[in-house]
Design a protein around this ligand. Structure first.
Ligand code: FES
Ligand code: FES
Length: 161
């Protein structure tokens, strides 16, 4: 039995300890926004946040994640209440098939927490662990820049309130 803290909920998972975190999140907990493509840590599509840090969940064993705060794309916004980064990806059309999008958004979330006012080059470097087979990179960079703007505005508004 493994206790996982996922999207602010503590969940009990009965699983062999040698399964990957990505497998458990998708197949036991139904969090299918965690996309698995390469299963080798190369594409970034399975990126989730573990303790606030981006992590390729196809390479982490479920017992290594026990007790840490895990955030998936399902934990940052909903269809009715999109996260500003999700909203920015829609506005800038930062996807084609969208398979890679949750991974990019989770990487962007961690990056923008560290660097709220990045240049386009900094965004490109920060997103270099994520692969988009559709080649939507210019749109993805614009999406992250727009997300940064939205987040700066909302934190400025909160500070003024
Ligand atoms: S599926 Fe995990 S990095 Fe590609
Ligand atoms: S939008 Fe299709 S893989 Fe990125």
């Amino acid at each position: 039995m493994t206790m996982l803290k996922v999207n602010n909920r503590t969940l009990e998972v009965t699983s062999r300890p040698d399964r990957t975190l990505a497998d458990v999140l998708r197949n036991d907990l139904g969090l299918i926004g965690v996309r698995v493509s390469c299963s080798e840590g190369e594409c970034g599509s399975c990126t989730v946040l573990v303790g606030g840090e981006p992590c390729t969940s196809c390479l982490m064993l479920v017992n290594q994640a026990e007790g840490q705060d895990i955030t998936t794309i399902e934990g940052i916004g909903s269809q009715d209440d999109l996260h500003p980064i999700q909203q920015a990806f829609i506005e800038e059309q930062g996807f084609q098939c969208a398979f890679c999008t949750p991974g990019f958004i989770m990487s962007a979330k961690a990056f923008l927490a560290e660097n709220p006012n990045p240049t386009a080059d900094e965004v490109s470097v920060a997103m270099s662990g994520n692969i988009c087979r559709c080649g939507a990179y210019p749109y993805i960079v614009r999406s992250v820049l727009r997300a940064a703007e939205k987040l700066r505005k909302s934190s400025g508004q909160q500070a003024a309130e």
